[in-house]
Design a binder for this molecule. Structure first.
Ligand SMILES: [Zn+2]
Length: 88
């Protein structure tokens, strides 16, 4: 096991693995690192909130899985958010 598993994730990794994290497809240790990062990093937390919100929205509309189109839309949304964070 490398020592990267003991450090909190950085922004790039946290965002990159947000979907895995939300879908619980991520290794528990990695999930903890991402959670740790989100607790400290406001821009990433803002993105996490968007994903979490959309995910709940999908669940409420009686689909277990987000349709492909919605995933695309979420990703577009996150790209916009990321650009805004960088520019601010
Ligand atoms: Zn971050």
């Amino acid at each position: 096991m490398s020592d990267t598993t003991r450090r909190p994730a950085d922004c790039g990794e946290a965002l990159e693995r947000l979907f895995e994290f939300l879908d619980h497809e991520i290794h528990e240790a990695d999930g903890d690192r991402i959670r740790q990062h989100l607790a400290d990093c406001e821009p990433c937390l803002a993105e996490y909130d968007v994903e979490d919100h959309l995910k709940r929205l999908v669940k409420r509309s009686c689909h277990d899985q987000a349709p492909e189109q919605l995933h695309v839309r979420i990703r577009e949304q996150l790209t916009i958010l990321r650009t805004q964070v960088r520019e601010s």
